[in-house]
Design a protein around this ligand. Structure first.
Ligand code: PLP
Length: 391
């Protein structure tokens, strides 16, 4: 198998995965791993869940793709389901998180334009991550991702995450929108303060701007509610989502409320594959399992169980400095996250870093307590064996 022809943009592990089932994944040599990365918060039902396999099979026999010049039943049902569970009224479908962010930013820009010619500034947070396209990158407050791609789009301004004063000082009539991750995922599992989100909400009301929540990593049940904003009680105007929405099938979307829906009209935005019958059918099957199958209702219990066990390890080994996050989006602060993640990998546990000091745990939402025990046993082994190496 040649690896020479795939562009070298990722620091990949030297492993080739072949198949997976539930929380377990197997490489081509048959080695088993417990997957607490879940394709970075994508495989919310684990690998090869029968509901997804069945939806793919059944829908692909009927209709895989049509153009958005026409309606299909599946995308209307999916839209209806998302609207039913949210405080919003319209959906736009696309293929990825980045695309959901791009569409949300465009909506904010055009919404602003309809209010005043110079109402076009978008506020974003330091330490954020919203994607790699030029627009999404422009509001991603991490120089390491931006610096080689300057100039990025103009009319954006960085705010210090959770700094209410900074937010108030930079908000005025020129602001058309603000984009916030309720929990910064890639940036290190930093949870937004309720006061900060509430202030952003109030300022958007006061200045008639669009409050966008990027729930791409923290949404779709990961915090114990279909939408992350419900855990905070602050309702955004626009929600960008992707990842868990398709459980592994590429689909993204953004929702908006009635007020901001004037931001995008006919001809303003599009996506060839967005909301195609196959993707929509899979997403419907995922949501059915998560909501009707009661999986989301179990997230709090699993989160509490996992945190309890992690606190025990923190006490026992002293390697864990802090445990952050909510639901099944948890971050363990250690001195050298990369070495820790690599040691877990060698022992058959997949976890991922979020910055230099944070190990991110993103199990599937239907993870069992037995899987959690098995994963944390490996955590413990890593701590036991290598304490001196990592601390
Ligand atoms: C919060 C957040 N926003 C946007 C993105 C970009 O999503 P995608 O990689 O699907 O384009 C990600 C991906 O990790 C993310 O975590």
């Amino acid at each position: 198998m040649s690896k020479d022809f795939v562009m070298n943009t990722y620091g990949r592990y030297d492993v080739v995965f072949e198949k997976g089932l539930g929380t377990k994944i197997y490489d081509i040599n048959g080695k088993e791993y417990i997957d607490f990365v879940s394709g970075v918060a994508v495989n919310c039902l684990g690998h090869s869940h029968p509901a997804i396999v069945n939806a793919l099979y059944e829908q692909s026999k009927k209709l895989i793709h049509i153009s958005n010049y026409y309606w299909n039943t599946e995308h209307t049902l999916l839209a209806e389901k998302l609207i039913h569970h949210s405080d919003h009224s319209k959906v736009f479908f696309c293929n990825s998180g980045t695309e959901a962010v791009e569409g949300s930013l465009k909506l904010a820009r055009k919404y602003g334009k309809q209010k005043a010619d110079n109402k076009n500034v978008i506020l974003y947070m330091n330490n954020s991550f919203h994607g790699r396209s030029m627009g999404a990158l422009s509001v991603t407050g991490q120089p390491k991702y931006q610096q080689d791609f300057m100039p990025l789009i103009g009319g954006v301004k960085q705010i210090e995450f959770n700094n209410i004063e900074d937010l108030i000082n930079n908000f005025d009539e020129s602001v058309c929108g603000i984009i916030i991750e309720p929990i910064q995922g890639e940036g290190g599992i930093h949870v937004a303060d309720l006061d900060f989100l509430q202030t952003a909400r109030n300022l958007c009301n006061q200045y008639d701007a669009v409050l966008i929540f990027d729930e791409i990593q923290c949404g779709i049940g990961r915090l114990g509610n279909l939408f992350a904003y419900k855990e905070f009680g602050v309702i955004p105007d626009v929600i960008a989502m992707a990842k868990g929405l398709g459980g592994g099938f590429p689909i993204g979307a953004f929702l908006c409320n009635e007020r901001t829906s004037i931001g995008l009209g006919q001809g303003d935005h599009g996506s060839t594959y967005g909301g195609n019958p196959l993707g929509s059918a899979v997403s419907l099957a995922v949501l059915k399992e998560l909501i009707d199958g009661g999986i989301i209702d179990t997230v709090d219990q699993k989160s509490n169980y996992m945190k309890e066990q992690l606190y025990k390890l923190k006490e026992q080994y002293g390697m864990i400095e802090e445990i952050r996050g909510m639901g099944l989006l948890l971050g363990i602060v250690v001195e050298d996250a990369k070495s820790f993640v690599n040691a877990c990998f060698d022992m058959g546990l997949l976890v991922v870093t979020a910055g230099p000091n944070v190990v991110r745990l993103l199990p599937p939402l239907n993870v069992s307590n037995a899987d959690i025990d098995q994963a944390l046993k490996i955590f413990e082994e890593v701590m036991k064996l290598s304490k001196s190496e990592f601390s």
